[in-house]
Ligand binder design. Structure first.
Ligand SMILES: [Zn+2]
Length: 219
């Protein structure tokens, strides 16, 4: 049976990496609200056109539109499991998700929370840099170049950093996550659906823990 899970964690917790693995290894699709909105707008679907007009007015896209988009995606991948990312964010949206799933004879199986340590996350993100020539990724602490200031792959001495990989941005995003997303956790905790995983562990270990949770559900 197709599993339906919510993947929760702040930006930088590795949600994208883990979702990509689940999509590749299991019959699952990632339903990321942000990506879905951008794609629907680009594709010019009826919901996309509606969303575009709203965003152009600088307003937030309503729950009804987001729900319609998710419904479209669930129908398009009816035989696959779903990984919800960025939705639900409020109790109201959590109820909307129940309805969307219920209408399709599906149910929410797990809410997987990637727990991060804020200071550690800051260190992880702000230490990232890439070779400006070949694009190889490095990290000041976790994956430094063999020779300081020289790319291991192409010997270039030019490197670049993403402008939003700075402490202030990371802390702002973390605060947003705490304020906007974490409040839905108690709803799911009360239902026994939340599984908390150490998001600061190595990527393979995090993947193994998620796999173990999903494998428990023999349906
Ligand atoms: Zn290079």
């Amino acid at each position: 049976m197709a599993l339906n899970i919510i993947l929760l964690g702040p930006p930088g917790a590795g949600k994208g990496t883990q979702a990509a693995r689940l999509q590749a290894m299991r019959r699952m699709v990632q339903l990321s609200t942000g990506d879905m909105l951008r794609e629907a707008v680009a594709a010019g679907t009826p919901v996309g056109l509606q969303a575009k007009a709203i965003m152009e007015r600088g307003e937030l896209v309503s729950d009804a539109i987001v729900s319609a988009l998710i419904g479209e995606r669930l129908d398009a991948a009816a035989d696959k499991g779903a990984i919800f990312d960025g939705f639900p964010r409020t109790g109201h949206q959590a109820e909307a998700l129940e309805i969307l799933l219920g209408q399709r004879g599906r149910q929410l199986d797990h809410v997987i929370e990637l727990v991060v340590d804020e200071d550690e996350l800051v260190k992880r993100i702000t230490g990232r840099f890439t070779c400006a020539k070949c694009g190889t990724g490095y990290h000041e602490t976790f994956r430094p170049t063999k020779v300081p200031g020289v790319c291991d792959v192409c010997a270039s001495t030019e490197f670049k950093r993403r402008p939003d990989d700075n402490e202030q941005t990371v802390r702002t995003r973390m605060a947003e996550y705490r304020a906007k997303t974490e409040p839905i956790l108690p709803i799911y905790r009360a239902r026994g659906l939340v599984r908390s995983i150490d998001g600061m562990a190595a990527m393979d270990d995090v993947a193994a823990e998620i796999a173990a949770v999903l494998d428990e559900t023999a349906r």
